[in-house]
Design a protein around this ligand. Structure first.
Ligand code: ADP
Ligand code: GLC
Length: 497
C-alpha cells in the first residue's frame, strides 16, 4: 500500500481543504463519522492548514448555532431548491459552512432516518445537494471568494461531489474520497440521474452506474483523485470479498491511490483525568479511583453494587455489523461467569428487544439503555471493567481507543481497525508490555464466549489486569500522526492540479 508521507515536504499553511460531511460532533453525530469530522479538521488547523467544514443545516444543527451569518445564496435549479450558506465555527474553532435548505433538512428525526428508523425517502436529493454544493465551492463558479485546493468527501453522502466537479467549468479542486463504512453505499434508482442534475453520459461504469443503479459511493471511488479509508487493515480487507461489499474490484484496481490511515481520537474530550461526565477523575497513576466510577455506573443502571464481579460494557449502534447478536446468544453464560453487562445503544428492533428482554430476565445483572447518551457513554468508559466490540467488520472503531485510554481493556474481534489498535493479551505481549486487550478471530458466538472467559479470568489477577490497563492508557491514539498523513495526501493532490 502506498505511504503518503514519505517524500514530500508539506507547507501546511498553504493547504486549503473543504471537508464535506454529513455529521460533525457535537452538532450532528450518529457514530464515528461525527467524531472524525470534528477532530481531524481541528488537528489539521493546529498545523496551520486552512480547513473548513461543509455540513447540512439539519434542524438540530441550526438550533445549536444561533449566531451564524449568511454569506451566500445558492440559486435553485430545475432539480434542487434554492439554498443558503451560513458561516459559523465548530466548538474547536474550525470554520463551518452550514448548508441551509429547509425543504430538505428542516425536520425532526436524525440525519438519515425519521423517528421510526426508516430512511428519509428523499435522501438522494438531500445528499445530492450536499455533494453538489461541495463541488460548487471547489469550482470556479463558487459564490465564495475562498477556494479549496482539495474537496475532502466522506462516505456516500458526499460521494457525488467528484463527478459534479468533473462536469464543472474552469479551474477546480482536487478530490479525496474517504470510506468510513463500505456497507453504506447510497444506491438509488437510475431515474435519479436526471433528477440530480447529472448528464445521461454520467451513467456508465466510469461514472455513477453500478449494476444498473446509481451509486453515490461507487461514483466517489471511481472519480476522486485519491481514496482513503480509516485503518490500514480495513484498506486491505476491502480489496477482496466479503468486505469489499461488491466494490472490491474497483478498490483493488485503484490500490495505488488507496491509503489506509488510522483514525485518531480527541484526547481532550476523551480524557479520564478531566472528563466532566464521570464520577471521579483518574489517570494511570490513580487507577483505584476507577472503582468509584464503577459504583456510580452500577447505581445509575440499577446493577448490583458488587465490586467483585467484572462489569462488561457496550456502547454501540445496534447493528449486525457490530456482532452483538453473538453477545445476545451467549449472554446467559457470560452473566453466569459471573459478570455484569451494561449495554447502551439503539438500532435494529430485534437487538433492542433482545437486550431489553435480557435485562428484564436478569435484574441487577444486565442493564440496557436504548437511546443515544453521550454523557452516559463517558461514564461507561470510566466505570466498566472491560469493553465489548465483537464486530463482524469494523473499518476503524473509536470506542476501543476510548476504552484503552480509560483503562477499560477492549474485548474485540480482530478485524479492521480493531486489529490495528488492540494488542491481544498473551504471555509474549505481557512480557514486552504491549498487551492492551483481548482479540478473537473466528466469527462465532462461541469464540466471543471463550474470549470473555479469558478476560474474566485475567481480571481476577489484579497485577496482570493493572498491566493491561496501564499499557492501554500509555498508547498514543491522538490525531497528530494521522493528520500529518492526510496533509501529505492533500499536498500531493493539490500539487497535481
Ligand atoms: P460506528 O461509527 O460504526 O457507529 P465507531 O466506534 O466508529 O462506530 O463510533 C461510534 C461513536 O458513536 C462513538 O463515539 C460512540 O461512543 C458513539 N455512540 C454509539 N452509540 C452510542 C450511544 N447509544 N450513545 C452514545 N454514544 C454512542
Ligand atoms: C464508520 C465505521 C467505524 C469508524 C467510523 C469513523 O461508521 O463503522 O468503524 O470508526 O466510521 O471513521
Amino acid at each position: 500500500m502506498p505511504h503518503p508521507s514519505s517524500d514530500i515536504a508539506v507547507d501546511h499553511g498553504k493547504l486549503r481543504i473543504l471537508f464535506a460531511t454529513s455529521e460533525c460532533a457535537p452538532l450532528a453525530k450518529t457514530g464515528g463519522l461525527g467524531d472524525v469530522s470534528a477532530a481531524l479538521p481541528a488537528a489539521l488547523k493546529q498545523f496551520g492548514a486552512d480547513v473548513r467544514i461543509l455540513l447540512p443545516g439539519y434542524r438540530s444543527v441550526l438550533a445549536q448555532l444561533p449566531d451564524c451569518r449568511e454569506i451566500a445564496h445558492v440559486p435553485g435549479s430545475p432539480v434542487f431548491p434554492p439554498a443558503r450558506l451560513l458561516q459559523g465555527e465548530t466548538p474547536s474553532g474550525v470554520p463551518l459552512y452550514v448548508l441551509v435548505c429547509p425543504p430538505l433538512y428542516d425536520r425532526g428525526g436524525g440525519p438519515y432516518q425519521d423517528e421510526s428508523g426508516s430512511d428519509w425517502p428523499d435522501n438522494a436529493q438531500r445528499f445530492g445537494l450536499l455533494s453538489q454544493v461541495a463541488a460548487l465551492l471547489g469550482s470556479a463558479g463558487s459564490p465564495l471568494e475562498w477556494r479549496p485546493g482539495v474537496v475532502h468527501c466522506n462516505d456516500w453522502q458526499t460521494g457525488l461531489a467528484p463527478i459534479y466537479l468533473r462536469y464543472a467549468e474552469g479551474a477546480r479542486a482536487a478530490t479525496l474520497q474517504t470510506i468510513h463504512n463500505l456497507a453504506f453505499q447510497g444506491i438509488f434508482e437510475p431515474e435519479l440521474v436526471a433528477a440530480l442534475g447529472l448528464p445521461p453520459e454520467s451513467f456508465t461504469p466510469e461514472g455513477v452506474e453500478y449494476y444498473g443503479k446509481l451509486s453515490f459511493l461507487k461514483s466517489g471511488l471511481q472519480c476522486a483523485d485519491a481514496i482513503t479509508t480509516v485503518s490500514p487493515h480495513y484498506a486491505l480487507e476491502i480489496q477482496s470479498e466479503p468486505l469489499g461489499f461488491g466494490l472490491q474490484g474497483l478498490l483493488s484496481a485503484r490500490r495505488d491511490s488507496l491509503y489506509g490511515i488510522l483514525n485518531g481520537i480527541d484526547t481532550s474530550l476523551w480524557n479520564p483525568a478531566s472528563d466532566p461526565s464521570i464520577a471521579c477523575r483518574y489517570d494511570a497513576g490513580t487507577l483505584d479511583a476507577k472503582d468509584a466510577n464503577k459504583r456510580e455506573l452500577q447505581r445509575r443502571l440499577g446493577l448490583a453494587p458488587s465490586p467483585s464481579v467484572p462489569l462488561l460494557a457496550v456502547v454501540s449502534r445496534l447493528a449486525s455489523q457490530k456482532g452483538l447478536d453473538w453477545l445476545l446468544e451467549i449472554a446467559p453464560q457470560v452473566l453466569a461467569l459471573p459478570a455484569q453487562l451494561a449495554i447502551l445503544g439503539s438500532g435494529e428492533a430485534q437487538l433492542e428487544s433482545g437486550f431489553r428482554a435480557l435485562a428484564l430476565s436478569h435484574p441487577g445483572q444486565a442493564s440496557v439503555t436504548v437511546g443515544f447518551d453521550e454523557s452516559l457513554a463517558h461514564l461507561i468508559e470510566a466505570g466498566a471493567d472491560a469493553f465489548l466490540m465483537p464486530s463482524r467488520f469494523e473499518p476503524c472503531g473509536m470506542n476501543q481507543m476510548y476504552s484503552q485510554r480509560y483503562g477499560t481493556p477492549p474485548i474485540a474481534r480482530a478485524t479492521g481497525g480493531l486489529a490495528d489498535t488492540v494488542v491481544d493479551c498473551n504471555p509474549a505481549t505481557l512480557a514486552d508490555g504491549s498487551a492492551s486487550g483481548f482479540l478473537f478471530h473466528e466469527e462465532s458466538a462461541q469464540a466471543l464466549l471463550a474470549t470473555v472467559g479469558r478476560a474474566a479470568t485475567t481480571w481476577r489477577d489484579k497485577a496482570k489486569w493493572r498491566m493491561l490497563q496501564r499499557n492501554g492508557m500509555a498508547r498514543d491514539f491522538g490525531w497528530e500522526a494521522s493528520a500529518l498523513r492526510y496533509a501529505a495526501i492533500y499536498a500531493r493532490l493539490a500539487m497535481k492540479l
